[in-house]
Design a protein around this ligand. Structure first.
Ligand code: SF4
Length: 490
């Protein structure tokens, strides 16, 4: 075996689509290429030992924001114990600001951007000569239909136990400055018939959970409808063994035809991730995000009231020009629309993203280490930003977990952001922890907090006990069937 493709995934359940694309497009070198995935947190020595057990001549690493630091340690050790092995890096994290990175210094070669054409070519040169002269190779972007699709490379074990990532299109036509996809010129679709044939084959092999990584699923409504119809047909044919699909949507583009399609999905079959990011028009203009806030709000309201889709809506704190006050207004507005989850993100300066142009004017201070989270800016000082970080963490534990369905509305009342921030400050002051808070302890802490707000002890405990007993889900909740909920939680 000559070539090993590898990466450190964030979790075991995340099967790497990028590596499978590379393997599918290795051409004549495919026979001598293998794929092995690891999970972050594994011991460096073990990873290196297992890589070398393949006796590879070339190792290709997929580098992402979540694994760059650990992979740098792996590459450093690998080059010490086996300096003859050529290390090639690829992936979004090394595709920009490439020459400034320690991991790049340690490696032999880097492929930036798309790897499917350039990585096999580079491997051929490393193995058979002439030896490549350059260290950094700009990835060639072929027409999408020239790419071999990777889905047959999902193993039966992947299908059974892991999230299957799929893509019907690549790229995004929008230019939100905090996002790596802002660098794409447009969105390119894969040939729909081929793509659906691959989905059919995955389905026949037992796949039931499909996570679309398309940045904007609802760009081309005709295509969106055909993909949705594929899933509706499966649901109709086999309602006892339902299929589940996850899509990312832009919120202000939901024509009637799409609404009609969405409304046909039964509970537990559809999940949407919707980026709002900010409801503040001045901030949207600053970061070049084009969004009709009225339409976006109307569409979210329609989805919560007229569809069974589970909705996960993203907001980002720390954007240039966003104050705590304006963020709070956006948060409260979104809460009123009753999505199932609000993903409260903190701005990160992803390598290569144009948001950097605001650094000086808005005093943007980012952590120099991955994931490059914002620490302070002109409008939000460091201590306040840390309060927001804790809010986000506690929000996941209390609100997004769905474990406090009856208590949460009482806790938030008529000022969700302000009241949850007060709770978050209190919880931190009284636990000194944002992680590893066991559920029982959290329940006890929430009960105590409600008492500090004037609630009778017995009432607080009864309210929490009703959640603990799973008495009543949030009004808009459409939980996935048990089997799928388990998969989604993975
Ligand atoms: S945030 Fe979404 S819409 Fe904006 S550039 Fe990124 S992927 Fe595209």
């Amino acid at each position: 075996m000559s070539i090993l493709l590898t990466t450190l995934n964030a979790r075991y359940t995340h099967a790497s689509l990028g590596l499978r694309y590379l393997l599918a497009n290795m051409g004549a070198l495919q026979e001598q290429t293998r794929l092995q995935e690891f999970v972050i947190g594994a011991k460096t020595t073990e990873i290196v030992e297992r890589i070398l057990a393949h006796a590879p001549k070339v190792v290709g690493f997929g580098i992402y924001i979540w694994n760059v630091e650990e992979t740098a340690r792996v590459v450093a050790m690998l080059k010490r114990v086996a300096p003859q092995v050529a290390v090639v890096l690829g992936g979004p994290e090394v595709s920009h600001e490439t020459n400034e990175q320690e991991i790049v210094r340690l490696a032999d070669y880097v492929v930036t951007g798309w790897g499917e054409v350039t990585f096999p070519k580079l491997c051929g040169e490393i193995l058979n000569g002439p030896k490549p002269l350059m260290k950094v190779h700009a990835g060639v972007q072929p027409p999408l239909n020239d790419l071999a699709l990777p889905y047959s490379l999902y193993s039966d074990d992947d299908i059974k136990n892991r999230t299957l990532y799929v893509e019907a299109s690549r790229g995004c036509p929008f230019k939100c400055e905090f996002c790596l996809s802002a660098l794409d010129k447009t969105a390119w679709p894969f040939a729909l018939e081929n793509f659906l044939a691959e989905m059919e084959s995955l389905y026949q092999r037992g796949a039931r959970l499909f996570k679309f990584v398309d940045r904007t699923f609802n760009l081309n409504i005709k295509t969106s409808l055909k993909i949705m119809q594929f899933f509706l047909d499966k649901l109709e044919a086999n309602p006892d063994d339902p299929v589940y699909a996850h899509f990312e949507l832009v919120p202000d583009h939901l024509p009637d035809a799409l609404k009609e399609g969405i409304s046909k999905f039964p509970p537990g079959a559809l999940q949407f991730e919707i980026g709002i990011q900010s409801f503040n028009p001045a901030v949207q203009t600053l970061v070049s995000r084009k969004q009709d806030n009225h339409k976006a709000a109307d569409n979210i309201r329609w989805l919560t009231t007229q569809s069974h889709a589970h909705m996960h809506v993203d907001l980002i704190a720390g954007l240039p020009g966003e104050t705590v006050q304006s963020f709070a207004e956006g948060f409260n507005k979104l809460w009123a629309l009753e999505p199932h989850e609000i993903q409260f993100g903190i701005l990160k300066r992803l390598r290569g993203t144009p948001i950097i142009r605001h650094t000086q004017e808005f005093g943007m201070v980012y952590d120099p280490y991955p994931p490059y989270t914002i620490l302070a800016n002109r409008d939000i000082d460091f201590p306040t930003m840390q309060r927001l970080v804790r809010f986000a963490r506690y929000w996941d534990l209390v609100a997004n977990s769905g474990r406090f369905g009856n208590t949460l509305p009482v806790l938030l009342d008529d000022a969700p952001f302000q009241r949850f921030m007060a709770f978050s400050d209190w919880l931190y002051a009284n636990t000194d922890a944002t992680h590893r808070i066991a559920l029982e302890r959290l329940v006890a802490m929430v009960a105590r907090y409600l008492q500090t707000q004037g609630m009778d002890k017995a009432d607080a405990e009864a309210l929490l006990a009703s959640d603990y007993a799973g008495a009543k889900p949030k009004p808009a909740e459409t939980p996935a069937p048990k089997r799928q909920a388990r998969r989604l939680a993975a």
